[in-house]
Design a binder for this molecule. Sequence first.
Ligand SMILES: NC(=O)c1ccc[n+]([C@@H]2O[C@H](COP(=O)([O-])OP(=O)(O)OC[C@H]3O[C@@H](n4cnc5c(N)ncnc54)[C@H](OP(=O)(O)O)[C@@H]3O)[C@@H](O)[C@H]2O)c1
Length: 269
Amino acid sequence: MKELVGRVALGVAGFSFAPRDRSADLATIRAGIAAGTAILDTARAYARVDAPLYGEELAAEAARGTGVIVGTKGGHSRTGESTWDADISARRIRSDVETSLRVFGRERLDLYYLHRVDLAEQPVEEGVSALAELRDEGKVARVGLSNVSVADLERAAAVARVDAVQNHHSAIGRESLDVLAWCEANEVPFFAYSPLRPASAAPSPHLAALADERGVSLQRLYLRALLASSPVLSVVSGATRPETVLDSLAAESEPWDEPLATAYAADLT
Ligand SMILES: NC(=O)c1ccc[n+]([C@@H]2O[C@H](COP(=O)([O-])OP(=O)(O)OC[C@H]3O[C@@H](n4cnc5c(N)ncnc54)[C@H](OP(=O)(O)O)[C@@H]3O)[C@@H](O)[C@H]2O)c1
């Protein structure tokens, strides 16, 4: 699983919820891929009422012929303008995977997550066992869990191998430290989603001053700090403009040096 580590994945949620210029959005995602984006992140739920498979279709089109890894998710979908369901029953997960296989035009999906383990009524064991069966059948290469607690992971891992985890985690808010620690202990790749949106608006004056001094964006330093914080962590960036997509990707090559480490540590205290 080392190939999933230490990268900036590009999430397509921000391209998927409101009508936008599809060809401009595809060009933006392709610019990211041309610059080195190796993983796209999408979901069945990234869709509008009038275009219920939009997010997966967009990722499928952008990824076609490129060799980038695509992570997608099921068991959660839009049921109305402002309503969503969460269902990780075996029947639903199998049906969502079959739909995704059709959308991507593939025999096997790279990485498939149970999207909202936290909201589903069914026990995590049911959903993860269903996905593990699909992995055994060759329809899914990697089994992922999203929006999980350590307790969920312990229960899931007791019945099936977990290949990836995706939770909300930002550089300053560090919302999923316990889940990240579990991933480190079990050598499971951890994807930090919404990495620029801390749950509380904590200030980061030291990182902001360093970003000014270096003439780079604060967002790039947040992403760099996250990547440096754990060997199993990747970020899922939600940038939607060519400038921000490329800037966030550049976090991978931003030097992790003593002034940056010191500024980050100062902002955490
Ligand atoms: N598993 C889940 O339940 C779940 C939930 C939420 C999100 N996600 C995944 O995580 C991805 C990202 O989430 P998100 O969009 O909520 O959060 P985000 O990446 O933390 O924030 C995106 C926002 O940050 C801005 N931004 C990104 N890079 C920037 C840069 N270098 N400089 C300045 N601004 C920058 C974007 O602006 P522009 O739009 O102007 O570029 C956008 O407004 C989603 O696309 C999705 O794939 C997963």
